[in-house]
Design a protein around this ligand. Structure first.
Ligand SMILES: Cc1cc2nc3c(=O)[nH]c(=O)nc-3n(C[C@H](O)[C@H](O)[C@H](O)COP(=O)(O)OP(=O)(O)OC[C@H]3O[C@@H](n4cnc5c(N)ncnc54)[C@H](O)[C@@H]3O)c2cc1C
Length: 426
């Protein structure tokens, strides 16, 4: 039986309350035909193709019914929306799933450092569960990375090595990882919330018939239920939501890069390397890799930079970024930005730091004309040293900063550049 939702016409007053509570705007009001003989003029209509069956409209209409019932014994209106939800039987023996897995991403033959962050948090989860910590690497000629991964804490490394995996293609990577999950039954699976991780983790979750929390920034194990508590910012960072996957395994999460420290290396650490055989013949592959075109890189990569100089709305004009670039150049730093400057088109999106931009963890962060709203802090608060330049001593960035400099950035930055150059040329 598919999900069903319908309106009992005789009970609908056309009040429009359900329209307001619907999160996907799938309810509208229509005029009733005169010949209907109902005392209400309007009627709610639900677009079932858009409806997500969240129950919000049903609850709202029932709330109005109960409120009316307090005043009259048995109202013959409201309580007008009926939903019948398909029951999905889940019969998974969750105890059969063991181990914490971390996906080791490689791009064009380069192991991405996100695996070391995943291994750091994965280790804690595996110790709390008293289960093994493993990693999976997919690519061509990638066995070479196994020892490095083991030395960062993995007990086992599953290597899926074949020329077909040389370049990332969603479909083949999904098939490879899903087959391995079905065969080995891991308990938890962490993947980086990178472009590649985000792209295929959701496909893997669907194919493995499980749930996934995207973009987690905190992870823990509930000691009683042994379930993964994956926490991520929601509603623009104003709320932290903890998401559980109760009945399906593995519990999956993509993890925001730079949210965790990197695991420490223990040279010579021993572990098991498992070469996984893939049977391509059973996959009906419909995607073909055509070519790779690298992005033109003129700037220092902001996510890898040890020093970042960022400009905010306090610059007042797009040309202000010339001064930010000058300071960045003097320090050998990358250029960052707050969202309003990106929205205004002063600087491209790739420079945006924050909740809806990049997360960084530099050694030095200069915040110039940035007030320090929570959404910006979400992307840079882990910086080791923060220097804030602002006219307003009450700005939140000053509360977080290691060094707060009060004044006009157009007067202060040229002085700072001059002083740095003096030191450099001594
Ligand atoms: C869902 C959502 C997601 C968001 N995501 C992000 C995000 O990823 N990144 C982000 O940055 N924001 C994000 N925002 C926006 C965020 O809420 C703030 O609006 C934004 O960070 C403010 O940017 P700002 O500090 O540059 O500007 P403002 O808050 O306007 O601050 C400008 C600062 O400059 C100072 N100033 C002015 N003139 C000078 C001067 N001449 N010299 C020195 N100081 C001066 C002012 O005193 C002020 O403190 C998001 C908001 C929402 C709702």
């Amino acid at each position: 039986m598919a999900n069903e939702i319908f309106i009992i016409k005789e009970r609908c007053t056309g009040c429009g309350s359900c329209v307001k509570v619907c999160p996907v705007n799938c309810i509208s009001m229509t005029d009733r035909a005169k010949e209907e003989g109902v005392r209400w003029k309007k009627l709610a209509v639900i677009d079932v193709n858009t409806c997500v069956f969240c129950n919000a409209c049903v609850e709202d209409c029932d709330r109005l019914f109960n409120k009316t019932k307090e005043k009259m014994p048995n109202p013959d209106f409201f309580h007008a929306i009926v939903m019948k939800k398909e029951k999905v039987e889940v019969n998974i023996d969750t105890t059969a799933y063991k181990g914490v897995w971390c996906f080791a991403e490689q791009r064009h033959g380069q192991l991405m450092p996100t695996i070391f962050e995943l291994l750091h948090v994965g280790k804690k989860l595996s110790l709390d569960l008293n289960e093994d910590l493993s990693a999976v690497v997919i690519g061509h000629d990638v066995t070479q990375y196994a020892q490095e991964i083991i030395e960062h804490g993995a007990d086992k490394v599953y290597v899926i090595d074949h020329p077909i995996f040389e370049h990332f293609v969603d479909e083949v990577y999904t098939n490879a990882l899903t087959d391995l999950i079905k065969q080995e039954k891991p308990n938890k699976l962490l993947m980086p919330a990178s472009i590649i991780g985000r792209s295929f983790s959701s496909r893997v979750a669907i194919a493995a018939q499980t749930g996934i929390t995207a973009d987690a920034t905190e992870l823990s194990i509930n000691p009683k239920t042994r379930m993964l508590h994956a926490t991520r910012p929601s509603f623009g960072g104003n709320l932290m939501a903890t998401i559980l996957c109760e009945k399906h395994r593995p519990e999956m999460a993509t993890v925001r890069p730079m949210s965790f420290q990197r695991a420490e290396k223990q040279s010579g650490r021993k572990g098991e390397v498992i070469n996984v055989k893939v049977d391509l013949s059973k996959w009906n592959i419909r995607t073909k890799f055509v070519r790779y075109e690298a992005e033109k890189k003129e700037d220092i990569d902001i996510t890898a930079a040890e020093k970042v100089v960022s400009g905010g709305r306090g610059l007042g004009k797009p040309e202000g970024f010339k001064l930010i670039e000058e300071l960045a150049h003097t320090l050998g730093a990358a250029v960052g930005a707050s969202r309003p400057t990106v929205d205004a088109g002063w600087i491209p999106y790739k420079h945006q730091i924050g909740l809806t931009g990049r997360t960084i963890r530099p050694k030095l962060y200069f915040a110039c004309g940035i007030s320090g709203q929570i959404q910006h802090l979400a992307g840079m608060s882990s910086a080791e040293v923060i220097v804030a330049i602002n006219k307003d001593t009450e700005c939140p960035m000053f509360k977080l900063a290691t060094l707060s400099v009060e004044g006009d950035l157009y007067e202060l930055i040229p002085l700072i550049i001059k002083e740095i150059n003096k030191i450099k040329h001594k």
